[in-house]
Design a protein around this ligand. Structure first.
Ligand SMILES: NC(=O)C1=CN([C@@H]2O[C@H](COP(=O)(O)OP(=O)(O)OC[C@H]3O[C@@H](n4cnc5c(N)ncnc54)[C@H](OP(=O)(O)O)[C@@H]3O)[C@@H](O)[C@H]2O)C=CC1
Ligand SMILES: CC(=O)N[C@@H](CCC(=O)OP(=O)(O)O)C(=O)O
Length: 341
């Protein structure tokens, strides 16, 4: 790629888990060039990212800089694209300012994912900022970006897994069925910040947010019907394994389900239909989503695995950004394992 084709970008939340994964992907990308990586203003000084993640020493010496809003005018001169890997409220506050400064924003938080502001208020506990444009919800395999949107909402980790598994088969489901999504996430799903319930000695496989997690309305929005969602926290670092149950319409065969998946994903390099229930091990460190299905009578059982920090966050954001700037979605992404955290 020639120098002229380089696209300057910034990563907010680069000290966090999904932010550092994105930073690493962008660092190795042939077109995007990270000129700024920000932490919160709570950090007192700029320091190399390897001070927080020693595994990056000698591989990525990007300087991590505390964010202050007075940096915005200069940032707007220097970059075209910004990635926000921030808490939802911080994204909600910052994104409109970045857009007003002419920047293109890929937001990894939940601040702009829900189309219904009342649902957003109920799920997140704060009002969604009003924007003049509709915000595309970027489930990458089902999204066609035009390349002029000011903001793209990158889906949540659990809804990515559920959406990729269910969307191809929606037309085959019984009209009355409510899919059930049981999913287990590794602890990195809760982010790097310290919290008692995600401390190593406290974590023991457990359901949480039963039927009231903020990803339930996001999943329902993605598949266009109600869903029952029970997340679980597992005592492992990364990955999401979801088991999904839904009733099929009359006369739907296993071959019809296979054909529906093939029709959706034959040309998609990161979604793989697999012959055996996937292990987390085969997706962790990759941008891939592996899907297995079984038809049992008129029940469809799906087993789906992703890396929450990659396909569920950073890699999906990059897939979308590639598409946005007209690059093949796979640019800078490889199905071979490679991750920081
Ligand atoms: N973890 C996951 O699996 C996934 C996360 N996401 C979403 O991505 C976002 C980031 O999550 P995650 O990486 O887990 O979180 P982390 O807690 O690991 O990181 C949060 C980052 O945001 C920075 N930050 C916090 N508050 C502010 C602020 N007010 N202004 C500027 N920067 C701030 C932190 O800086 P500092 O280090 O200085 O505190 C840190 O860099 C969240 O919205 C999350 O919901 C989405 C999909 C999956
Ligand atoms: C294990 C764990 O705590 N997971 C997080 C979900 C991951 C996440 O960060 O949420 P978004 O995808 O909405 O950004 C949670 O349940 O809140």
């Amino acid at each position: 790629m020639s120098k002229q084709e380089t696209i300057q970008c910034a990563v907010f939340g680069a000290s966090g888990y999904s932010g550092v994964e994105l930073l690493w992907l962008l660092h190795n990308h042939p077109v995007f060039d990270v000129t700024h990586a920000f932490s919160s203003s709570a950090r007192e000084k700029a320091e190399p990212i390897s001070a927080l993640y020693p595994q990056l020493a000698g591989r990525c010496e990007q300087i991590l800089q505390p964010w202050h809003s007075d940096l915005l005018p200069q940032l707007a001169q220097q970059v075209r694209v910004v990635f926000l890997a921030l808490p939802h409220e911080a994204s909600a506050e910052l994104a409109p300012k970045l857009i007003a400064a002419g920047l293109v924003v890929f937001d990894l938080s939940g601040a702009f994912r829900l189309g219904d502001p009342l649902q957003h208020q109920a799920a997140y506990g704060f009002a969604q900022p009003k924007l003049s444009n509709d915000v595309p919800y970027g489930l990458a395999e089902f999204t066609q970006l035009k390349g002029d949107e000011p903001l793209v909402a990158v889906p949540g980790c659990y809804p990515t897994a559920a959406g990729l598994a269910l969307r191809p088969v929606l037309a085959l489901l019984a009209a009355h069925t409510t899919p059930i999504v049981n999913a287990v996430s590794g602890v990195s799903g809760a982010g790097r910040k310290a919290a008692l319930h995600t401390s190593f000695c406290e974590v023991s496989l457990q359901a949480y947010g039963v039927a009231e997690h903020r990803h339930q309305p996001e999943m329902a929005q993605t598949i266009g019907r109600d869903v029952i969602f029970v997340p679980h926290l597992g005592n492992f670092k990364r990955g999401i394994l979801a088991t999904i149950y839904a009733q099929l319409a009359e006369q739907v065969s296993s071959d019809m389900v296979a054909e529906a998946f093939a029709a959706c994903y034959a040309e998609q390099p990161f979604v793989r239909l697999v012959a055996n229930p996937p292990k987390l091990q085969q997706v962790v460190g990759t941008p891939c989503c592996d899907i297995y299905f079984k038809v049992h009578g008129n029940q469809l059982i799906l087993s789906v695995a992703i890396d929450n920090l990659l396909k569920g966050a950073a890699a999906q954001a990059l897939q979308l950004a590639n598409q946005y700037v007209g690059l093949p979605p796979t640019t800078g992404l490889t199905p071979s394992p490679g991750a920081v955290v």
